[in-house]
Write a protein that binds this ligand. Structure first.
Ligand code: ATP
Ligand code: MG
Length: 334
C-alpha cells in the first residue's frame, strides 16, 4: 500500500457537485481508484470553502453531501482514503511555512484569485489570496505526486511545484514535485456556453438534477451563435454541448454528430435531446446510490473519520520532517 505513488485531490463543499466537477475530475478519480495503482487520498476541502461568504450552519451538511457524492460516484472507502481537510490541522500548519517560500508576485498572478475577487468584491480576504498555498500544502503534506484536477487548477499546480522547489532549495529535499493530471474534457463551460461551469455561478447541470430538469436546462443551453436553425452548418469546436457529448457519448456516435452538425443535417434541438439521454443514463445510477447513502449516514461519516485518522498520521510524519528541516519546535532541542 505505502510503496504505491500517492494521488491527492479535493473539492470544495460550496454547493452540489456538477457535471464539470464530474467529467473534469471525479469520474477520473473513480477510474484511477479502480486500477489500484495509486495510494489515493480524496478530500472535501472545507477550509478552502471558508475563503468565500458561507453559512456556518450549512457547511457541515454540505461537506457531508460532497463526501456522499464521491461515494455515490463510485469511490469505495475500502480502496481509497476519503477525508475532510479540517480534520487534519497539519494542512493549515504547513500552509504557514510554505507561505514563507511563496512569492507575493506569483499569488497576484493567479487567475482564480482575480476572478473570485471580482465575484466577491466585498470580501476579498487574505485567505482567498493564499488559497493556492493551502492547496500546495494539501498535496505536499502527503507528498502526493499526481493530482487529478480540471484545467482551472493547472496554474495552482504549477505554483505548488514552484513552492516545493523553493522549499527544497532552502531547507533540503523534503517534497516531490506534484503533477496535474487532466481528463479529455478538462473544462466544461456553463449553460451560457462561456464561463466555466462552477458551483458558485448557478450555471450548472447538477449530478443530482432529475431527468426532466437536465433536459430542460439543455434546451436553454448555448451552442454556436452562427447556427441558428437546423440546416445551418455548425462548429462543434466552439460548442459546449459538443464538448459534453465527447465526455459521455460513444466515439462513433460523436463522429456522426460532428459530421452532421457541420453539414447542417443535425439541428441543435436533436443534438441536445441525445445528449440529455446520455447524461441521464450516466447520472441516474449516481443519483440512485446517493439517495441510498442518505439513508446510511453512518457509513459516510465512518469512512471520513477513518480516512482522517490515517491522514493525521501521514501528515504528522511529514510535519516532523518539515519542522526539523526548518529548525522549529523544542522536539530536537538538547
Ligand atoms: P467553486 O465555484 O466553489 O469554485 P467549482 O465548481 O469550481 O466550485 P471546485 O470545488 O473549485 O469546484 O473544484 C473541484 C474540482 O473540479 C477541481 O479539480 C476543478 O478543477 C474541477 N472543475 C471545476 N469546475 C470544472 C469545470 N467546469 N470543468 C472541468 N473541471 C472542473
Ligand atoms: Mg472552483
Amino acid at each position: 500500500m505505502t510503496d504505491r505513488p500517492r494521488i491527492f485531490s479535493g473539492m470544495q463543499p460550496t454547493g452540489e457537485l456538477h457535471i464539470g466537477n464530474y467529467l473534469g475530475a471525479l469520474r477520473e478519480w473513480v477510474r484511477i481508484a479502480e486500477t489500484d495503482q495509486f495510494d489515493a487520498i480524496f478530500s472535501v476541502v472545507d477550509a478552502h470553502a471558508t475563503t468565500v461568504e458561507y453559512a456556518p450552519g450549512q457547511m457541515r451538511e454540505q461537506t457531508f453531501e460532497t463526501a456522499l457524492t464521491y461515494m455515490a460516484a463510485g469511490l469505495d472507502p475500502e480502496r481509497v482514503t476519503l477525508m475532510v481537510q479540517a480534520d487534519v490541522p497539519a494542512h493549515m500548519e504547513l500552509t504557514w511555512y510554505l507561505s514563507t517560500v511563496t512569492a507575493l508576485g506569483d499569488l497576484y498572478r493567479m487567475t482564480q484569485f482575480k476572478e473570485k475577487s471580482e465575484e466577491h468584491r466585498n470580501n476579498v480576504n487574505a485567505g482567498l489570496f493564499c488559497y493556492p498555498v493551502l492547496m500546495a500544502a494539501d498535496i505536499l503534506v502527503y507528498k502526493a505526486t499526481v493530482v487529478p484536477v480540471g484545467n482551472d487548477q493547472v496554474q495552482h499546480l504549477e505554483l505548488a511545484r514552484e513552492v516545493a522547489r523553493r522549499f527544497n532549495a532552502r531547507f533540503g529535499d523534503v517534497f516531490p514535485e506534484p503533477e496535474a493530471r487532466l481528463t479529455n474534457t478538462p473544462r466544461i463551460r456553463g449553460l451560457d456556453g462561456k464561463a466555466k461551469m462552477s458551483k458558485s455561478r448557478g450555471n450548472t447541470i447538477s449530478l443530482f438534477d432529475e431527468p426532466a430538469v437536465i433536459h430542460k436546462k439543455l434546451k436553454g443551453a448555448f451552442t454556436d451563435e452562427l447556427k441558428l436553425r437546423r440546416g445551418d452548418p455548425g462548429r462543434p469546436e466552439v460548442c459546449n454541448v459538443f464538448t459534453i457529448h465527447c465526455a459521455v457519448t460513444e466515439a462513433d456516435e460523436v463522429d456522426r454528430i460532428e459530421r452532421d452538425c457541420r453539414s447542417g443535417a443535425l439541428g441543435c434541438g436533436e443534438c441536445k435531446e441525445r445528449l440529455g439521454q446520455r447524461l441521464v443514463a450516466e447520472l441516474d445510477p449516481i443519483r440512485q446510490r446517493a439517495s441510498e447513502l442518505r439513508g446510511d449516514r453512518a457509513r459516510v461519516i465512518e469512512a471520513l473519520r477513518a480516512g482522517g485518522a490515517r491522514c493525521q498520521l501521514l501528515a504528522e510524519a511529514t510535519m516532523a520532517e518539515v519542522r526539523a528541516a526548518m529548525g522549529m519546535s523544542t522536539r530536537d532541542m538538547g
